[in-house]
Design a protein around this ligand. Structure first.
Ligand code: FAQ
Length: 313
């Protein structure tokens, strides 16, 4: 029986069809998806913090409204992704517990501080930009609920990237002080954005197997190169430079070659010792605890509704 299941699973993957929650799947496929989708969901939710930090200080009413909408979108992305993870047989409470206790990760990028308004533009352009490159690939992932969540999320991410670039365009046309603020934000966010794609393929624990299962369709290094190729000309259009003395366009390959990533910094952040790791998790845990009464009230209400409909029936 197990062999038949495996054959059916392999056939579905081979045919580029989707695995659905009702289908048999290997334990490793399930646990890899739980890790990756949960990490993605946690990233969306923790990722609200650096930008929410600027809602009260947005320079105009319009910018404030756009930023609120964007941060709310990220909450929505977290919810789709938690729902997708729950289809794999794990509860949202368990996922929260694993995030709060450090047993599950979230993206390294959200452990850096937002020091100026230009950082909000840089996040939209660079961070959402990186998320789009990664997530367009994930629309083709083999797990149905994850793939479908990605389609909707990608549409919203394009708005996020555009609002970020619009902020930066305004600064690029501004005073010398604003231009300096813009360049400073790019200098601080460039390398952490490149790290979002994960370790080099040669050091990536999961890439080979995840590509066989078609969970991932393009490797970490290939996605990173696509991102650099699309982003460098956008930096130049802003009249800015990228903080990499080794960056140069290679005529032969048609790619922008870039310098070495500081992997010590990456692993320091991933292991919980980046500039904002503790603050992010402390804030998340506090909000979760403060919101307990809302969850309890929602459950009590649902139980009351259920008992009413049982009585009527
Ligand atoms: N940060 O073997 P690999 C967004 C871990 S959403 C932290 O290469 P994999 C929108 C990895 O989990 C951003 N940890 O792993 C937004 C593994 O951990 P393990 C989030 C990282 O999974 C914008 C270990 O290192 N997007 O930005 C990172 O095959 C603004 C070995 O790595 C997603 O999550 C990292 N950067 O490939 C929201 C996309 N990279 O096993 C708010 C979905 C790797 O030791 C505001 N995820 N690790 O526990 C993916 O595509 C993949 O999981 C990768 C990593 C590509 C991130």
């Amino acid at each position: 029986m197990a062999v038949e299941h495996q054959v059916q699973f392999d056939r579905t993957i081979e045919a580029d069809e989707k695995i659905e929650p009702r289908d048999w799947m290997p334990d490793g496929y399930r646990s890899t998806l739980i890790r990756q989708i949960a990490q993605h969901a946690h990233s969306e939710v923790i990722g609200m913090q650096p930008e929410a930090n600027w809602i009260t200080r947005a320079p105009t009413l319009l910018r404030k409204a756009i930023l609120i909408a964007k941060v709310q979108d990220e909450a929505g992305h977290g919810l789709y992704l938690y729902s997708a993870t729950e289809t794999l047989g794990i509860s949202r409470d368990e996922l929260q517990e694993m995030l709060h206790s450090g047993r599950q990760k979230y993206s390294s990028i959200f452990n850096y501080p937002t020091l100026s308004w230009a950082d909000i533009g840089a996040i939209g352009w660079l961070v959402d930009g990186a998320a789009i490159v990664n997530q367009i690939m994930l629309q083709g992932t083999s797990y149905g609920p994850y793939s479908r969540a990605m389609v909707r999320i990608c549409k919203e991410e394009s708005f996020h990237a555009r609002q970020g670039y619009a902020i930066l365009m305004a600064l690029a046309k501004g005073t010398d002080e604003q231009k300096a603020m813009l360049q400073d934000a790019i200098d601080r966010w460039w390398w952490p954005s490149l790290m979002m794609f994960g370790p080099h393929d040669s050091d990536s624990t999961h890439t080979e197997q995840s590509m066989e299962w078609k969970i991932k369709r393009i490797s970490n290094d290939d996605l990173r190169q696509m991102y650099v190729d699309q982003t460098v000309p956008q930096a130049h259009y802003l009249g800015c430079s990228v903080p990499d003395p080794d960056l140069h366009f290679d005529e032969e390959s048609g790619h922008w070659n870039f310098g070495a990533i500081d992997w010590d910094e990456f692993w320091t952040v991933v292991k919980g010792n980046g500039p904002m790791n503790r603050e992010r998790i402390n804030h998340k845990t506090k909000v979760w605890d403060d919101g307990a009464w809302v969850r309890e009230a929602a459950v009590a209400y649902a139980e009351k509704q259920a008992s009413r409909s049982t009585k009527i029936a």
